[in-house]
Design a protein around this ligand. Structure first.
Ligand SMILES: C[S@@+](CC[C@H](N)C(=O)[O-])C[C@H]1O[C@@H](n2cnc3c(N)ncnc32)[C@H](O)[C@@H]1O
Length: 259
């Protein structure tokens, strides 16, 4: 593996620090008790980083999202880690409700703006913004009113950040997704190349600390593929992505068995 590819994390971290350090420091100076809540600090930092990164990442992944989301998403859609709500604009008339699951409440204003622009509003019940993480599945289920009431679960670059992902993704699918419903995802995952994987493991402790829990080294696509209970599943990659990319992506569509 080329050293420049292995060290790519450093330039990304530098950029993130440039974007997030000063506003986060200002927030701490305004409210020093934040120092007692490191997770709160991490979320403020992430908000500033993603407000600069989010649009660029969305633009770069537009063709992948256009291939994955409009063709498949339908009915009640749960967007895991909705971020700034970039997914909303890929949802078409087949979608009756957009549920944005986003534990970082500092992002909720932008989710509402983007969802409203795409035609989903809280006033007519087509938009629900939930301030929970995937690990709070019981709370999510009680907010939704009934089990297995979601037609489509979408995760765009979010399963990399959730705690205890293998268990939580399984529980999410078992309890929230209706039989016949789909899980759609676009994630950066552990590379099959040993040398790239070695660097992904090496950088993850530092990267997850800076990026609100984001891990570079999760074989999320494999975990999902190995789960029981799918009637159908497809996995694909990005045609022009270098094998040396530390953020190596997989795209997937899995259909829950039972109908
Ligand atoms: C890299 S951002 C992606 C945001 C969005 N999906 C997009 O495509 O722009 C990861 C998101 O996952 C969210 N997240 C972190 N921990 C989470 C958890 N436990 N459950 C659900 N989402 C979480 C973060 O707050 C953040 O908004």
């Amino acid at each position: 593996m080329r050293l420049s590819a292995a060290l790519a994390v450093l330039s990304e971290l530098k950029l993130c620090l440039q974007l997030g350090f000063v506003p986060t420091l200002r927030a701490i100076l305004r409210s020093p008790t934040l120092l007692l809540r490191p997770h709160g600090i991490s979320r403020i930092f992430m908000v500033h980083v993603w407000s600069a990164y989010g649009d660029g990442v969305d633009t770069n992944s537009r063709s992948v999202k256009e291939g994955l989301i409009p063709a498949n998403a339908q009915g009640v859609v749960l967007d895991v880690g909705a971020g700034y709500g970039h997914t909303a604009k890929y949802l078409d008339h087949k979608v009756t409700k957009y549920i944005a699951l986003e534990p970082n409440e500092l992002m909720h204003g932008e989710i509402r703006k983007r969802a409203n622009a795409a035609g989903f509003t809280e006033a007519d019940g087509t938009l629900v913004v939930l301030p929970y993480g995937v690990e709070d599945v019981a709370t999510i289920m009680s907010a939704l009113g009934e089990p297995q009431s979601v037609d489509t679960i979408i995760s765009i670059l979010s399963f990399c950040s959730v705690p205890n992902p293998k268990q939580n993704i399984r529980t999410l699918v078992e309890l929230l997704l209706r039989p016949g419903g789909q899980l759609l995802f676009y994630e950066h995952v552990l590379s099959p190349r040993a040398d790239v994987g070695w660097w992904q493991h090496f950088w993850t402790p530092l990267w997850r600390c800076a990026m609100d829990g984001c891990c570079l080294d999760r074989p999320t696509h494999e975990w999902i593929k190995q789960m029981d209970g799918w009637s159908k599943g497809e996995l694909w990659g990005l045609p022009e992505e270098s094998e040396e990319h530390l953020w190596w992506h997989r795209v997937g569509r899995f259909v829950k068995a039972g109908r």
